[in-house]
Design a protein around this ligand. Structure first.
Ligand code: ARG
Length: 405
């Protein structure tokens, strides 16, 4: 059976989503490594799992099929090809040295599919394999990781993103997250469910993270350019979506290179075909460069036309062919807005037009959404939020009903 996958908007009825239930990788966080691993605190893991289970249940109760990244990975590890490839990429790190690489290779090859998934997500610490394995293990600190843990795997929106019927394996900018796409690459290449799925982008390309990619309308894509997605990444994505005829306009949207606005979806997300929840403190200054395809050179390279920057909401409405893209503000005043933006008040996951999942803590933003006619499905996120990501970051929509008719 071939499943139909893909998404042409952020709001079409959600059918299938990929999540990652937080696991042992979160138990690797300590006060000494949490900054480097991009967490703002040390989450209480059991509670984070409960919150995540409730999130998944809220989705299932609305007939959304929930796929777990680790289940898909474990399925693919039933084949030797997938195991060999995952082990080889995980061990390519030059810090390991041949002796340790050889030892770990044997150890991982002996592991069962689910154990292998565990090692590749939670990582392996030096002191977990100590004892006679050579110079590297003797000289490295006990708490150094031979294979890094991936606590940000939770944010499945960043490591892959669907654009129409194609999946993009992204190219993650932060060292702590690079290995995540080794896993999404394996799933989309080798899991039977995804066999033959056409692809764009890839982890060897310029940096693009899924949290920066906003499918504003079936033929209009906004791409945040800031701490994660680079200008060259946005250009690469534009070329690919034009070549594959997936969009007519790509809006490149510069965002401040700061932690609070690491991705475009920390500032705004779509909640209806013409409504966007947006951080008001940046709304007026957010600009967009509209990129379109303008013929090709003799050797077939697309020529990209770029308009001068315009206010984002104006450029977006124009590209979407609507009069106004209505803005719903985060918070009631600038201070609440700043607090609720930080707590991912803008980071909603639409289940259908005018139905969105949001963190319950952001009272004022949620009220404003409801005043604007949006049904808010509230979830708890006290622990999940410590990684600075909300419902949208924690979900990769794999299938949505198309908006285009
Ligand atoms: N799409 C998003 N906003 N993702 C949030 C990712 C949070 C993660 N801790 C990071 O810093 O990368």
């Amino acid at each position: 059976m071939t499943a139909i996958h893909g998404a042409d908007s952020e709001v079409g009825r959600l059918r299938t989503v990929m999540l990652h239930r937080p696991g042992n990788e979160l138990k690797r966080l300590t006060p000494r490594n949490n900054d480097k691993l991009l967490f703002d605190g040390i989450p209480w893991v059991a509670r984070a799992q409960e919150e995540h289970d409730a999130f998944a249940e809220a989705l299932r109760s609305r007939d959304v099929e929930v796929l777990y990244l680790t289940d898909l990975l474990t399925d693919t590890f039933e084949t030797a090809e997938a195991r060999d490839s995952a082990i080889a990429t995980a061990l390519a790190d030059l810090d390991l040295g041949d002796t340790m690489r050889h030892y770990l290779g044997g150890f991982l090859h002996d592991a069962s599919p689910s154990e292998l998934t565990g090692y590749l997500t939670a990582g392996i610490r030096n002191d977990e394999v100590r004892g006679g394995f050579g110079l590297v293990t003797s000289l490295m600190a006990r708490d150094d990781f031979l294979i890094d843990p991936l606590p940000n795997l939770l944010f499945t929106r960043d490591s892959s993103v669907w654009v129409h019927d194609r999946v993009a394996i992204t190219s993650l900018a932060m060292p702590a997250r690079k290995r995540e796409t080794q896993l999404t690459e394996i799933i989309y290449s080798l899991h039977p469910r995804f066999a033959g799925t056409p692809r764009i982008h890839g982890h060897h390309f310029e940096h693009v993270e899924g949290g920066d990619v906003l499918l504003l309308a079936p033929r209009v894509i906004a791409v945040g350019v800031g701490e994660r997605t680079t200008p060259a990444g946005a250009e690469r994505l534009a070329r690919q979506v034009f070549e594959a005829k997936l969009a007519d306009t790509v809006l490149a949207v510069p965002i401040a290179q700061e932690r609070a606005t690491m991705h475009l979806d920390t500032v705004c997300t779509m909640v209806d075909v013409d409504k966007i929840v947006m951080y008001p403190n940046v709304a007026d200054s957010l600009m967009a460069y509209a990129v379109t395809a303008d013929g090709a050179t003799d050797d077939g390279t697309l020529i990209l036309a770029v308009t001068p920057a315009e206010p984002f909401l104006v450029a977006a409405a124009k590209a979407m062919g609507i009069d106004t893209l209505h803005q719903i503000d985060t918070g009631l005043d600038p201070v609440t807005a700043e607090r609720e933006q930080w707590d991912d008040g803008n980071n909603t996951l639409a289940l259908a037009p005018r139905v969105a999942v949001a963190y319950e803590r952001n009272d004022e933003t949620n009220e404003r959404l409801e005043d604007a006619g949006i049904e808010v499905v509230r979830i708890a996120g006290s622990e999940l939020g410590s990684g600075r990501g909300g419902p949208r970051c924690m979900s990769c929509p794999v299938a949505r009903d198309p908006l285009a008719v």
